[in-house]
Write a protein of this length. Sequence first.
Length: 159
Amino acid sequence: MAYTIKVNAVDHSVDVAGDTPLLWVLRDVLGMTGTKFGCGKALCGACTILVDDIATRSCITTIDSIGTASITTIEAIENTPSGKKIQKAWLDLEVVQCGYCQSGQIVSASALLASNPNPSDADIDDAMAGNICRCGTYLRIREAIKQAAQSAATNGQRG
Ligand code: FES
Ligand code: FES
């Protein structure tokens, strides 16, 4: 069946079964391989994307559930204000180890910062709990989110 979905501000027409997970549409049909497959069961967070600014597991989100929602993937997260700050902090603090989980981590962190500009440690732990990192980069992730929040506050003061 034909669907038109908006990904990273561009409309794409795809012809797939309605129960196809968005993860496979992104990776296999549209060639956007930044979003990763980990578990396929909403347990690891590697496949996290934004659907209308909400962090969403694309491995269990079917294309027929998307409608006119706006999808943002890691390929365009830097175009969101929070995503830009998160990516800078990730680089500054050298968060990444093997990198496999990091697309999902960055997307989840960007969604957190967009909805909560000054998250506490508990807020961060809550928001990021579904994103697993087998390399154990959790402490650097937390520090990077704090740095990004701090930079947002500083920029705000400067107007
Ligand atoms: S691949 Fe989607 S949560 Fe693990
Ligand atoms: S950086 Fe290796 S799994 Fe997270």
